[in-house]
Design a protein around this ligand. Structure first.
Ligand SMILES: [Zn+2]
Length: 161
């Protein structure tokens, strides 16, 4: 992913806050209602990401990456209109159409997943021995290394690297 190459990222965890700031986006953490994950908007040319400071740090990282996706992929949709994310779930892509999820959110979640758990870094971390998806401890250890939730890691691992 070009964002990672630009930032010189070669090991986990991916420094998502640094990447956001390097793109001139203002990152704000604030205590929000539990159902709110984050928001993205561009006002008078100022790029802003807001994240719920009360959520678990791993979830905040995913929210930062998700909102960054909107700034990279959906500029028109977040200009002069605040995009608010309410507890987005990381769904398997094949469940998405059935559940009528907004395609923008699907794109942003896929972007966030690949940004935080890039194929090359995952392959390095897993090594030649491979990983047994039924081995909860191994999946948890990998999630800790990448500073993501175990469910986000399981979701990522369900797609090819
Ligand atoms: Zn969103």
């Amino acid at each position: 992913m070009k964002l990672l190459a630009d930032a010189g990222v070669r090991s986990a965890p991916v420094p998502v806050e640094r990447i956001v700031k390097s793109r001139g986006i203002t990152l704000q953490f604030a205590p929000l209602g539990d159902e709110l994950s984050g928001m993205a908007y561009i006002k008078d040319g100022l790029k802003i990401i807001g994240v719920n400071a009360l959520h678990h740090p791993n979830r905040q990282r995913f929210s930062v990456a998700h909102e960054l996706a909107h700034h990279v992929l959906h500029v028109a949709e977040i200009t002069e209109a605040v995009h608010v994310d309410r507890g987005f779930r990381v769904l398997h892509r094949d469940k998405v159409s059935a559940e009528g999820i907004d395609p923008l959110e699907v794109e942003a979640n896929a972007f966030a997943s690949e940004l935080l758990m890039p194929a090359t870094l995952l392959a390095d971390a897993i090594g030649d021995a491979g990983l047994d998806l039924d081995d909860d401890e191994a999946v948890d250890a990998l999630a800790r290394k990448f500073k993501v939730s175990a469910s986000a890691m399981r979701n990522r691992l369900s797609y090819s690297l």
